[in-house]
Design a protein around this ligand. Structure first.
Ligand code: HEC
Length: 256
């Protein structure tokens, strides 16, 4: 090969390599089966819920005005989330290789949790302040926003609720979520905890979508229960929710 042709050859090869390094993650996602995508969605939502459970369990500690450092670093919350994950699923959280779609999504969720906790240290460690507004749902919203930033264009997660129960307008269900919640989750024969999946548009893009129902437990009713319209400790209005009633949903999307 002449010198000039050789250089041209190399620059073509390197631009193909460069191109592939951008395109490959997209190809990897598109090539997944619906079952694979469902598995990723279940995995990400499992880590998300496990981490939120750590905040719920430590609510008293977070609200303790007499204590400074609460010991709830990003790493500590991930350690707690791993324990909750194991309790919920019976298996350890095993990180898939970072080059795989599953590994990328697991890592993004873990990093989102860590970043939110690192950001929250000043607030939650403030001595002399009791209620800080750092609630499981607030944490969940922040983690979702962070996850969506980290996976921008590839995936999306959101904590939502039936339209009539939504407090934070940013958590309102979109049309697809609203219909699944009203027509499926709320129908009397719908199996408890059953995840619903579909290939549907999300924010105008083709996506694999997954949504799972969540129900009010006793502790939730301190804020979301009865009497409807009365004030909870956050100053918000109680929804009048009942034990076991559908109270929310976690929605996940993986773009094609
Ligand atoms: C200390 C009061 C409190 C408790 C206890 C509580 N929540 Fe909430 N919840 C709130 C507040 C306040 C918001 C609004 C968060 C925001 O502004 O982003 C909220 C938001 C939510 C949302 C998101 C949708 C929306 O309304 O914006 C869901 C879903 C939810 N809560 C479910 C639950 C469930 C399920 C439990 C029990 C496991 C629970 N909550 C316990 C106060 C509470």
């Amino acid at each position: 090969m002449a010198k000039k042709a050789l250089i041209k050859h190399f620059s073509t090869v390197s631009s193909i390599v460069l191109l592939l390094s951008f395109v490959l993650p997209g190809i990897a996602f598109a090539a997944l089966s619906d079952d694979d995508k469902k598995g990723i969605g279940l995995e990400v939502t499992k880590i998300y819920r496990a981490a939120r459970g750590v905040i719920a369990k430590n609510q008293k500690l977070i609200n303790d005005a007499s204590k400074g450092d609460k010991g709830l670093s990003g790493d500590a919350v991930i350690t707690g989330a791993k324990a909750n994950y194991k309790k919920a699923s019976g298996t350890d959280l095993v990180l898939a290789d970072a080059s795989t779609p599953k590994g990328q999504m697991q890592t993004a969720m873990i990093n989102a949790v860590k970043q939110v906790m690192n950001q929250a240290q000043g607030l939650i460690n403030e001595k002399g302040k009791g209620f800080k507004g750092f609630l499981p749902a607030i944490f969940a919203k922040q983690v979702a926003d962070q996850f969506n930033k980290l996976t921008s264009g590839k995936a999306y997660i959101k904590l939502t609720a039936p339209k009539s129960y939504v407090r934070n307008r940013a958590n309102r269900p979109d049309k697809w979520e609203h219909e699944v919640i009203e027509k499926q989750f709320k129908s009397s024969g719908y199996p408890k905890d059953k995840v619903h999946t579909a290939n549907a548009k999300h924010k105008g893009k083709d996506a694999f979508r997954l949504i799972l129902p969540e129900y009010y437990k006793k502790a939730c009713l301190n804020c979301h229960g009865e009497p409807k319209g009365s004030k909870d400790i956050t100053g918000g209005k109680k929804e009048g929710g009942k034990l076991g009633e559908l109270g929310g949903a976690i929605s996940f999307a993986l773009y094609n």
